[in-house]
Design a protein around this ligand. Structure first.
Ligand code: ADP
Ligand code: MG
Length: 229
């Protein structure tokens, strides 16, 4: 369970270009749910994902993850929560170009200090599940868009996170690949993961894989459309 209480985020506080990107967000996200944040560009989706995922601190307010407050944790502890709880899938995938798909997948696990061989086996098993093990030795820049996305999902899963955060994951995908992505979402939900996705793609927020759609506008949450299914 993730709980947000009165979360605000102010960029460039005290400067001429000060901007309030989040205005007092209250939100509870149930464990093992699939939630989509929708809303126009600039409405605060990425900002909200990054404060939930411990990538940025809110300006005010509290976030609790399974009862533990993360907002006031010192940076090293916050980094540990980020690494152990969250996996991130980005719009542009953010894979490192010169190294292989396998190495990209293993990278977020290195700070954990796991021996190479079991880590490698685990990474290969995840790549296999995502149907991309045959490209494990390829450099990430040699992959197609869909393959790159599956590699970035593999990387997000390497630390077996409870929560997968995906920011505009289908922005560069065609309809078929978007369908494949949504199948992966359903599979992860069936495996007990919590998914939090920012997307203004109707194929995503209208999908049966999604349980809850939250609309953002001007840094506020508007509606909450619980799925009927
Ligand atoms: P979305 O993901 O919905 O497009 P964002 O969270 O990226 O929205 O941005 C929300 C608002 O905050 C936008 O107006 C954006 O320009 C502003 N913003 C985002 N990041 C920064 C930053 N690092 N510095 C200043 N303003 C920012
Ligand atoms: Mg965004």
């Amino acid at each position: 369970m993730i709980e947000l209480r009165q979360i605000t985020k102010v960029y460039n506080a005290g400067k001429a270009n000060e901007f309030k990107a989040l205005h007092g967000i209250d939100l509870s996200i149930a464990t093992n749910s699939v939630t989509v944040l929708t809303g126009p560009s600039g409405s605060g989706k990425t900002t909200l994902l990054s404060v939930i995922g411990c990538m940025a601190r809110p300006t005010t307010g509290r976030i609790m993850i399974d009862g533990q407050e993360t907002t006031s944790l010192p940076e090293t502890f916050m980094a540990r929560v980020r690494r152990s709880t969250f996996g991130f899938v980005f719009q542009d995938h953010n894979l490192i170009k010169g190294i292989s798909v396998l190495e990209n997948t293993m990278l977020p696990a290195y700070p954990g200090g796991e021996p190479f061989k079991p880590l490698r086996n685990r990474a290969m098993a995840i790549l296999d599940r995502l149907d991309i093990a045959h490209k494990a030795d390829r450099r990430s820049n040699e992959l197609s868009g869909g393959e790159r996305q599956r590699a970035s999902i593999a990387r997000a899963l390497i630390n077996d996170p409870a929560v997968v955060i995906a920011d505009e994951p289908t922005a560069h995908l065609d309809t078929g690949l978007t369908g494949s992505f949504l199948e992966i979402v359903s599979d992860l939900a069936a495996r007990g993961k919590t998914l939090l996705i920012a997307s203004h793609d109707p194929l995503v927020y209208q999908s049966d894989a999604v349980g809850r759609v939250l609309e953002m506008r001007d840094g506020k949450l508007l509606g909450d459309k619980q799925s009927m299914s």
